[in-house]
Design a protein around this ligand. Sequence first.
Ligand code: RM4
Ligand code: MN
Length: 388
Amino acid sequence: MADLAAVKRALAAQRIETPSWGYANSGTRFKVFAQPGVPRNPEEKIADAATVHRFTGVAPTVALHIPWDKVDDYAALTSYAQSLGVEIGAINTNVFQDDDYKLGSVTNPDPGVRRKATDHLLEAIDIMDQTGSRDLKLWFSDGINYPGQDDLRTRQDRLSAALRETYDRLGQHQRIVLEYKLFEPAFYATDIPDWGTSYAHCLTLGDRATVCIDTGHHAPGTNIEFIVAFLLRAGKLGAFDFNSRFYADDDLMVGAADPFQLFRIMYEIVRADALDPAYGIAFMLDQCHNIERKIPAIIRSVMNVQEATAKALLVDREALFAAQRGGDVLEANAIFMDAYNTDVRPLLAEVRADAGLDPDPIGAYKRSGYDEKIVAERVGGTQAGWGA
Ligand code: RM4
Ligand code: MN
């Protein structure tokens, strides 16, 4: 049996980072449905993130996206966040929205465009120095649409040079977390399409470069927990961007499409003793809430991660390892499934009550009046950054 007191301690210590852009209006290429009460500036996004933390107790950091969250004074923004009980987390870069980037950013054939893109990455580190952020999250939309359009191999050289310059600018306590994505917006060849490519670049860069797994960035059917296990073993897993996908990069609430997959991922984390924040993995959400209310959707997402984690912690590992060693296929699978099939909601309600929180975070949010307040106060909320 798993030690229940230890399980509760691990759940109380868990940390999940929420994304500033998840609080803003977003949509598809077809339509952005604006919602009332949406933040008009970075401060209001941070206030919403602080609200999620107030009701969940496990989301004390918020990731920013530059330039969507550009401000004149990052030290002031950091103090503002702290005054609300949260810290600024990862800094996300954006080298995909300027006209210059049509043929790529750091892999663009034009050295001038490559310079501009790399300068943006360096600027993001300047911001991290002011916000106290540890992680620079890099995601490149770079790639090509047609065979022959550009030289696949030369693009890797350009990527490598930009990563090296960025890595060398990092402070001692800062890291690069390098994302990959199979396709979109490039349709034929993306320059960092998979974890292996990200891993190889991180290995070359050094200890402070690790892979970021965005759960929506794989081909359907990919065994993500294998990637997690492999990278953990290699000491190269730095971060997650959690979300759900049914088809492509859907950015739906984590745990909505496939809670069993989320459990299998969290089992590998628990198996490696990597849940503790001190281990250094950033468990972030990277989601968009296009048709549902955003704050309760993010609270729900945090709860979904907590539930998957609780189930993973409940796996009777001693019994599981014994069954595995004995080659007892059915028993091993049964032990694994037993944990998955446990209703952990009462356990999490206890963990919340012990922390002085309402056991029902979404109900508590609804009763708090925060939603009515933002709808009344905020007129003309902005989009996350996509679209017109
Ligand atoms: C990208 C990528 C990044 C995120 C942006 C908003 O698709 O997943 O992690 O910063 O979206
Ligand atoms: Mn992402």
